[in-house]
Design a protein around this ligand. Structure first.
Ligand code: SAM
Length: 250
């Protein structure tokens, strides 16, 4: 069985537990529930219970991790009052500062032998910088990064190719089988974004108010997963299966 198939089976096994943590309230600029579910299922597949996140804002993603995983450390330049209120009693460690340096410091400090890093700020080159360095740490099983959709015309995105080059394999949540099976999680997610004024409608359309709008090339903002070949161990997957995970979807 290749890794994508294995992940599909894992999703079918993990959805029962994921449903028990719902609802997780929608937050402006937050990830979609289907995206949060993909991260949780990937954690189950790699035996990960420890999350280090950069980019909290009002804490939608952080709330998902704090309900599903055991140990969560989350970083943002400033911790918003909403995030503090929502996460204050959750046991999550909230750190104010720059994720570019703090994520690596927290990986080194952690005693966990299986860690996931989730990056939702910084974006693009700043995120890639964290990806590269995090994947040099054997305890990091995979890195997940938000906002990596295809180009608006549906074409391949150079950044997605770069991510594939820097990891042992990738998976993106706009894979058709994944959205076919789990877009129901997002049925109530169509809201106005406070920063851009844009509105996401499940299945592609982003319309900006008064500006005409445009179509995403992907189902939604999209989480990309980079698997760490260095984290390979007996619990994980044969190395040839990592190679097979160089999927046809970038
Ligand atoms: C899109 S929001 C995060 C949303 C959140 N993950 C959720 O699902 O609700 C991006 C956040 O990343 C933070 N950010 C951007 N660059 C950062 C950096 N270098 N270090 C820490 N936080 C950063 C911003 O302050 C902002 O709050």
């Amino acid at each position: 069985m290749n890794l994508e198939r294995r992940f599909q089976s894992q999703c079918r096994a993990s959805i029962t537990r994921f449903r028990t943590i719902l609802p997780v309230p929608w937050c402006s600029r937050g990830i979609l529930l289907s995206e949060g579910f993909a991260v949780c299922a990937m954690c189950d597949m790699f035996g990960v219970r420890t999350m280090i996140e950069s980019g909290i804002h009002h804490g939608r993603s952080t709330r998902i991790w704090s309900k599903y995983l055991t140990t969560v450390t989350a970083i943002d330049f400033a911790i918003t009052a909403e995030a503090r209120k929502a996460l204050g009693d959750s046991g999550t460690t909230l750190l104010a500062g720059n994720g570019t340096s703090i994520v690596l410091r927290e990986i080194d400090k952690s005693e966990a032998d299986a860690i996931v890093v989730f990056i939702d700020g910084p974006k693009d080159a700043g995120a890639l910088d964290i990806v590269r360095r995090a994947l040099s740490k054997p305890s990091v099983r995979f890195v997940a990064i938000h906002d990596v959709p295809r180009l608006r015309d549906g074409g391949p995105n150079k950044f997605r190719r770069l991510l594939a080059e820097h990891s042992g394999g990738t998976f993106f949540t706009d894979a058709k089988w994944f959205t076919d099976e789990y877009s129901w999680l997002d049925k109530d997610e169509s809201r106005q974004d406070e920063k851009s004024g844009m509105r996401w409608v499940p299945g592609e359309l982003i319309a900006s108010q008064g500006k005409g709008g445009y179509r995403f090339g992907s189902y939604g903002p999209t989480v990309g997963f980079m698997i760490n070949i260095r984290g390979l161990d007996s619990r994980a997957i044969d190395s040839d299966e990592y190679v097979k995970l160089q999927l046809n979807i970038i």
